[in-house]
Design a protein around this ligand. Structure first.
Ligand code: 48H
Length: 258
């Protein structure tokens, strides 16, 4: 027999267990866009304790809307192995360019990351970092509705050996780190340079090139990496985002092994 009481207790107990476990991580990823989700899958596949913190109710970031709400995106040949790893379908349209349905892409990336063992905390906004002994050591989190309503409610803290800024265009965590902790980032200026206009091919390459550690404990992937190091934007082609997620996972797995 089901009781209302048992249902409520089951949900709160189950969530509390997940949240308490998530307070102590190997890797905390801010933002569940395509790059963060790919990073989460590969990290979890490697046995790294990983969780994603996503401001919105629905993870997936900028994937859902495709190009100008046409729910299709383009991926280039170099990134197809990642779509294959998530079992996401695509079709070739022209010499090395493929299209895919962005609803299948978003849902496939979310499902793949979680099935690999990454935990998801959605409707959770990261409002600050933990900064101790010249090292980024975790995240300060609160419910998105608390943030949106401007309620004066103190946050909770997540500790992590590595923090990935996967917040997309605004590079929110990098900005926080340089403004609040006075951190000098590993960029030409020491700060967040800001993204340049559209140049798809160069932007795609720069996204992958700029995927790295920017300060001890603080890494960037996807559009955030591109923005922090002053790369060009690329529009609705997603191979660079996927490859960036794969690269940051590889960098961190190797680092954690040492
Ligand atoms: C919790 C947060 C916070 C916060 C933000 O923008 P995204 O999809 O990120 P990427 O880099 O994986 O993909 C970028 C791609 O979608 C894109 O925008 C492209 C290719 N643009 C090209 C162009 O020319 O315009 O996802 C970032 C996620 C979002 O879901 C945010 O809600 C979330 O991060 N987020 N979550 N706490 N402080 N800030």
């Amino acid at each position: 027999m089901f009781t209302e009481h048992a249902i409520s207790v089951a949900i709160v107990n189950s969530f509390s267990e997940k949240l308490i476990d998530g307070f102590d991580l190997d890797v905390a990823i801010v933002g569940a866009g395509p790059s963060g989700l790919v990073a989460a899958k590969y990290l979890a596949d490697a046995g790294v304790k990983t969780a994603l913190f996503e401001r919105k109710l629905a993870p997936g970031g900028g994937t859902w809307g495709g190009g100008m709400l046409f729910n299709e995106a383009v991926v280039q040949q170099e990134a197809l192995h990642i779509l294959d790893a998530f079992n996401i379908s695509y079709k070739e349209v022209k010499d090395g360019y493929y299209t895919l349905d962005t609803v299948e892409m978003a849902s496939g990336l979310i499902f793949g990351a979680m099935k690999a063992g990454a935990k998801m905390f959605n409707s959770v906004s990261v409002e600050d970092i933990v900064f101790k002994e010249n090292q980024v050591g975790g995240l300060v989190i609160n419910w998105t509705p608390v943030e949106r309503l401007g309620m004066h409610v103190d946050p909770l803290t997540v500790m992590a050996k590595a923090v990935i800024d996967g917040t997309g265009h605004p590079s929110e965590i990098m900005k926080l780190a340089s403004s609040k902790a006075g951190i000098k980032l590993d960029t030409e200026t020491g700060g967040v340079i800001g993204e340049k206009p559209m140049w798809a091919e160069t932007g795609e390459n720069q996204t992958v090139e700029s995927t790295r550690e920017y300060y001890p404990g603080l890494y960037a992937c996807g559009m955030s990496a591109s923005n922090v190091s002053g790369g060009y934007r690329m529009g609705p082609i997603f191979g660079g985002m996927l490859l960036s997620g794969e690269k940051i996972a590889e960098i961190i797995v190797n680092k954690l092994k040492k």
